[in-house]
Design a protein around this ligand. Structure first.
Ligand code: G6P
Length: 607
């Protein structure tokens, strides 16, 4: 995790660094820091906690200079305190780092044996010490960095700044993304193009193993073999509205409310002109040649995949295996020909998902991805990347990205079902017409906000909460529980309703809240039986259902949330709304930091 940035500019660097870090705070907010060169002299400021603390510090203790580097931290090695905050410095060298140096203990022991003293508990400090030692031994900056990089194991994006060298940054990438921005007689470095968006839209992405020497007018890149590499300069379009809450108190609420709009746009982006077919980008996917699918993701995106399994198997009769990326990548699963491997990721940079993609490359017939960030590593390394059109998502707890992921996965499943002969032209057109109507239903679901708020206030006092669902509502129960624990810190678990009697029912005692997600479909009566079993044991039930469901089973519940009636396929997308609102209002009632919950980061770029 962590966000890094570098500036070789013609104006004061500190405000530009802070502005760029603001756009990278989604990567971590344990501490922030910058270092600049003022007429060749290196100096730094660091502050624990959010970026605002660094901004405040800079008011009292400004840093001058037109060259600098900056960092926002998600702590891996060493407590989140000022000492461990980046940039790290040794003599005249400063560095910012995103990633983990896995062999840092060995390197540290080696340096200690030479009498080198450490100021921090971080893995990063070994890197800057190695560079400094190499320079002391007579190497120039580039040679010293190259010699150091050759010794590092693990994942990293690094940017170095050198005292006395006002026109030099050295950047390197292995495992963690890094983008170089081209200005007019200025150059920038950032963890992503979004960080650099106010500065430039001309971006060069470093590839795996690249090392770049950056000056204000030149960019020299060598690849992992030390060979000079020509990397394309791309014009990148980034949504620059990312720091605007649009009048809402939290980004999360803004993003929840955006869902009808972005889902409408997402559906339209995939429909043929007559609205009767799904058009996938590029060469699309020939689903008649796909024998099975493997879907891999982390967190909320994993739950989107679990939902999609129901759709692909039921509609397209296509067997689907779903896996958590961190398990998949080390299990060495056989990926045989005939497999389409699909990776779902909002950021497109999640380290485990990217590693799982790389494991599958060359084994699966096709590498597909469903991503929000079109220029991300996962998108660029896929044969076909399907955008979800959610727009920039800032709230650490994913909301609109989840429902847009579901929307794209459902469109794909419908396309597959049609291509494989399991859905007629008319049936496909009917499903697509229903999907076009979904934004209207989502708006009605959002109208329930006040009722959800009332239920959430009661739930905010609970210690444990259970979420229950059956069929495609089961993954949604998992997602509802994840949302609640992420932002309200209430312990929550999602279960398949049918599993209740195999253990979780032991947790039910008087007043334990149980959230039941049950549209009035073919599985409704089964789920309601499970609901009655927990009510009989004193649970307080919040039932999310539709009018028909409410009529049949609403009476015994603490709260009844009546959603619009929609075709069963659309229910997981619709029912995500009250689940998100419930987590949001519970967090607000508890007074937690909704957009930046403790210990979490939006983009998990380390294992
Ligand atoms: C983190 C985020 C989650 C997200 C997960 C996967 O845990 O907090 O919201 O679902 O990473 O991220 P990705 O960018 O790959 O979807």
């Amino acid at each position: 995790m962590c966000g890094i940035v570098g500036v070789l500019g013609n104006h004061e660097a500190a405000p530009l660094l802070v502005e760029a870090l603001k756009r990278l705070e989604y990567r971590g907010y344990d501490s922030a820091g910058i270092a600049t060169l003022n007429h060749g002299t290196l100096d730094r400021r660091r502050a624990v906690g959010k970026l605002v603390n660094l901004s405040d510090l800079l008011v009292h203790e400004p840093l001058a200079g037109k060259a600098g580097i900056g960092h926002t931290r998600w702590a891996t090695h060493g407590a989140p305190n000022t000492t461990n905050a980046h940039p790290h410095r040794a003599g005249g060298v400063a560095v910012v780092h995103n990633g983990i140096i896995e062999n840092y203990r060995d390197l540290r022991a080696e340096l200690s044996a030479k009498g080198v003293e450490f100021a921090t508990e971080t893995d990063t400090e070994t890197v800057v010490l190695l560079v400094e030692q190499a320079m002391q031994a007579g190497m120039n900056a580039v040679q010293a960095v190259d010699a150091t990089l050759a010794r590092l194991e693990g994942a990293f994006a690094l940017v170095f700044l050198f005292e006395g060298q006002d026109d030099l940054l050295i950047a390197a990438r292995k495992g963690s993304p890094l983008a170089i921005g081209h200005g007019d007689g200025e150059m920038f470095v950032g963890s992503d193009a979004i960080a650099l968006s106010p500065l430039t839209d001309r971006i060069t992405y470093l590839e795996e193993g690249d090392r770049a020497v950056v000056t204000r007018t030149t960019l020299d890149i060598v690849d992992a073999n030390g060979t000079r590499a020509n990397r394309e300069v791309r014009q990148v379009h980034v949504d620059s509205a990312r720091v605007d809450k649009g009048g809402y108190k939290h980004f999360m609420m803004k993003e929840i409310m955006q869902q009808p709009t972005v889902i409408g746009e997402c559906v339209n982006a995939y429909l043929s002109e007559d609205g009767r077919d799904v058009v996938l980008p590029g060469a699309g996917v020939d689903f008649t040649r796909v024998e099975r699918m493997t879907m891999v993701a982390c967190g909320t995106a994993f739950y989107a995949c679990l939902t999609a399994k129901y759709w692909f198997e039921q509609l397209a009769r296509l067997p689907v295996e779903v896996d958590i990326a961190s398990e998949f990548r080390y299990r060495e699963p056989p990926v045989s020909p005939g497999t389409a491997a699909l990776f779902v990721s909002q950021s497109g940079e999640t380290a485990d998902t990217l590693a799982a993609l790389r494991y599958s490359t060359g084994k699966a017939d096709r590498i597909l991805s469903v991503v929000n960030v079109a220029e991300s590593s996962i998108a660029r390394e896929s044969d076909l990347a399907l955008p979800i059109h959610a727009g920039v998502e800032i709230g650490v707890a994913s909301t609109k990205a989840f429902t847009c992921q579901l929307t794209v996965l459902l469109l794909m499943a419908l396309k597959a079902a049609h291509a494989r002969g399991h859905l007629s032209d008319d049936a496909l057109a009917d499903h697509l017409s229903a999907l076009r109507g979904l934004p209207g239903h989502l708006n009605h679901a959002l109208d329930l906000a006040r009722d959800v708020d009332a239920a959430a206030r009661k739930i905010s006092e609970a210690r444990d909460v259970l979420f229950l669902g059956r069929g495609a509502m089961y993954p949604l129960a998992l997602e509802g529980a994840l949302k609640l624990k992420e932002i309200s810190y209430i312990h929550a678990e999602g279960y398949a309703s049918g599993e209740l009697k195999h253990g979780p029912i032991a947790l039910i005692e008087r007043d334990v809240p149980v959230i039941v997600m049950a549209p009035h479909d073919g599985l409704f009566d089964k789920t309601v039986s499970n609901m009655q079993e927990v009510i009989a044991r004193g649970a307080q039930v919040v039932l999310m259902t539709d009018a028909a469901g409410a009529k049949r089973a609403g009476e015994d519940c603490m709260t009844l949330l009546t959603l619009p009636e929609v075709p069963a396929l659309l229910a997981p997308i619709l029912y995500a709304i009250p689940a998100q609102l419930l987590a949001y209002y519970a967090a607000v009632a508890k007074g937690t930091d909704v957009d930046q919950p403790r210990n979490l980061a939006k983009s998990v770029t380390v294992e």
